[in-house]
Design a protein around this ligand. Sequence first.
Ligand SMILES: Cc1cc2nc3c(=O)[nH]c(=O)nc-3n(C[C@H](O)[C@H](O)[C@H](O)COP(=O)(O)OP(=O)(O)OC[C@H]3O[C@@H](n4cnc5c(N)ncnc54)[C@H](O)[C@@H]3O)c2cc1C
Length: 311
Amino acid sequence: MTTTRKVIIIGSGPAAYTAAIYAARANLAPLQFIGLQPGGQLMLTTLVENYPGFVEGIDGPPLMETFKKQAERFGTEMITEDVTAVDFARRPFTVSAGGESWEALTVIVATGAVAKLLGLENESVLMGRGVSTCATCDGFFFKDQNVMVVGGGDSAVEEALYLARLGRKVEVVHRRDTLRASKIMQERAFKNPKIEFIWDSAVEDIRDPEIGRVTTVALRNLKTQALSERPVDGLFIAIGHQPNTELFRGQLELLPNDYVKVEPGTTRTSVPGVFAAGDVQDFTYRQAVTAAGSGCMAALEAERFLEATHS
Ligand SMILES: Cc1cc2nc3c(=O)[nH]c(=O)nc-3n(C[C@H](O)[C@H](O)[C@H](O)COP(=O)(O)OP(=O)(O)OC[C@H]3O[C@@H](n4cnc5c(N)ncnc54)[C@H](O)[C@@H]3O)c2cc1C
C-alpha cells in the first residue's frame, strides 16, 4: 500500500479521461486505472460525427487517444490494469488491481457499459461498417437507406422510430410474435408506415465482410426454420446494454437494471466520496459527450468533497 491518493479514477472512456483532465488540472494528482482494454466503447467504432469540436468527424480510436494524451499532459498517472476489488466500507477507500492495493479519499467510477451482441462472427467484423448498437450515433449514415433493427424491447422500438425519421424503410426483427416494449411505444411503431415487423425470427448471418459493409442479413424463422435473405444497408442491434458494475455489487447501491444509482442531477453515489460518471450510471442518453460531461461533474464534485472534508 502506498500513500493515500486524493482521487482514484476507474475506467478509460470519455467519462474517466474527462474526470482525469479536470482532477489533474485542479492539482488532485489523480491515479487512473485504464484497464486492460483502454479507450472504452468508441474503440469499436469508425467515424464519430457528433462529438463537438471535430468538424469533419473523427474515428473512435484516435479520438480516445486524444482524450488520453490530454489527461496525461496534466500529469494523470495511469495504470494499465483492471481493478479487481474495491472496499468502500472503510475510509480511506481501497482499490485493488494486479495483486496490489491503493488507498484513496475519493473514487470516481467510470467503468462504462457494453452493448449486448448477437454473438455472430461477422457482427464484430462489420461493427462500425454497417452494424451498429446506437441509432442516435450512426442513424445519420443511413439516411434514405434500408435498415434493420434487432430486438423487441423499448430500446429496439425507440431505435426503430428514430431511424424511421431518417431512412427509407426500417424492418424490426424479433424472436417472438409480440413486443416487450411498452404499449405506447408499440402503438407508435405500429402506426409508422416506414416500420415493418418480422416476427419469430433471428439473425443467422450478416454479409458481406469481404467488401467491408453490410449488404444482406440472413434470417431464420424460429417456428418454421425457413431461411430468408433481406437486402439492408445497416443493422442495428438493440437487445440491451450491460453496465460494468459487478465489481461494485455490495459496495454501492445499484438500480434493479444493475446501473449505479446516483442522486438525480449529480454523480453522487450511495457512498459519500464515491462518484459515478458516464454509461455506468446513464441508461438514458449513452453518448460520448454526455459521458464526458458527467466525468467533468464527478471531478468537480470530488474536488468539493475533498475541500469540505479534508482542508
Ligand atoms: C459501436 C459504438 C458506436 C458508438 N458511436 C457513438 C457516437 O458516434 N457518438 C457518441 O456520442 N457515442 C457513441 N457511442 C456511445 C459511446 O461510446 C458511449 O456512450 C461512451 O463511450 C460511454 O463512455 P464511458 O466513459 O461511460 O465508458 P466506456 O466508453 O464504456 O468505457 C469504459 C472503460 O472502462 C474500462 N473498465 C471497465 N471495468 C474496468 C475495471 N474494473 N478496471 C479498469 N477499467 C475498467 C472498460 O474496459 C472501458 O475501456 C457508441 C458506442 C458503440 C458501442
